[in-house]
Design a protein around this ligand. Structure first.
Ligand SMILES: [Cu+2]
Length: 271
């Protein structure tokens, strides 16, 4: 009995030791992002809110010194998923209107563009830029996770159970390819087949699931991010939206084939 008590108290003190940081709010609207003009380098704690009427995400894109935001966007209009020299640095994934999640992610100093790739918003909505400056303040500590999700060619490896409540997930990319994770909560008895039909369609009418957020890809696959959000009981689905063929021409039938089509999906129940 004594041993059990000691283990429990050790677990409690571990959580009490987590230094709580105040998140920086970044909001998506249907006309663009609201965010600070500058962030500090190192681990950042962000609260992402979708205040729009459609699904949005928030990729942090670090631009090379030789590339303006407009040059990046023109390369995307010309069909590039990964304009040469620009670096994807993760960010909160697909999130439905009214949903909020927290993310911890590391950023290096530089000039960044915040972009939503859903439904071509990246090139249709006024881009948001921000500067990451060398940190001068105290460092943000990583949170303690209950669950670790590893992104592997082409599957999700989930260690631990996601239970109802506010939960923290650590996201690691094992690769070797770049990956991302978007989580959805099915509405009622809607199914995976209905989801994939919606995913391959216009993604506007009658969504079969709520987009719960996720972690977008990083060129640096050593990059680790953490997600924290509330999970209610229900039936969930996670997918990887990375394109199977990078920078495919929009006219190429391969342009819309993602890792999800190659089987990189995972269903789970929160109970
Ligand atoms: Cu993938």
């Amino acid at each position: 009995m004594l041993a059990v008590v000691m283990v429990l108290s050790a677990n409690c003190s571990r959580h009490q030791d987590e230094k709580s940081s105040v998140p920086i709010t970044i909001a998506a609207t249907d006309s663009g992002f609201t965010s600070p003009d500058t962030l500090e380098s190192g681990l950042n704690h962000i609260a992402f809110e979708n205040r729009g009427t459609t699904i949005h995400e928030c990729m942090f894109i670090r631009l090379p010194a030789t590339m303006t935001p407009e040059q990046y966007l023109q390369a995307v209009r010309d069909g590039a998923d990964f304009p040469a020299g620009a670096i994807d640095c993760s960010g909160p994934g697909l999130t439905s209107p009214g949903e909020t999640l927290e993310m911890w992610l590391s950023l290096e100093p530089g000039e960044y563009l915040l972009g939503c790739w859903n439904k071509g918003h990246l090139t249709k909505i006024a881009p948001q830029t921000l500067t990451v400056v060398e940190a001068t303040g105290p460092l943000v500590d990583p949170p303690h996770e209950e669950v670790t999700i590893r992104l592997i060619d082409f599957r999700f490896d989930v260690s631990g159970e996601i239970e109802p409540g506010v939960r923290t997930l650590k996201i690691e990319t094992v690769g070797p390819s770049m990956h991302e994770i978007d989580m959805f909560r099915f509405h009622g008895a809607r199914t995976r087949a209905e989801f994939m039909a919606w995913y391959d369609g216009d993604r506007i009418a009658s969504p079969p699931a709520t987009a719960m957020g996720g972690a977008l890809d990083s060129h640096d696959t050593q990059n680790v991010v953490w997600l924290r959000r509330r999970f209610t009981m229900g039936h969930y689905f996670m997918i990887c939206e990375m394109p199977m063929v990078q920078n495919a021409s929009p006219a190429d039938s391969a342009a819309n084939v993602t890792h999800a089509h190659a089987g990189m999906t995972h269903e789970f129940t929160v109970e």
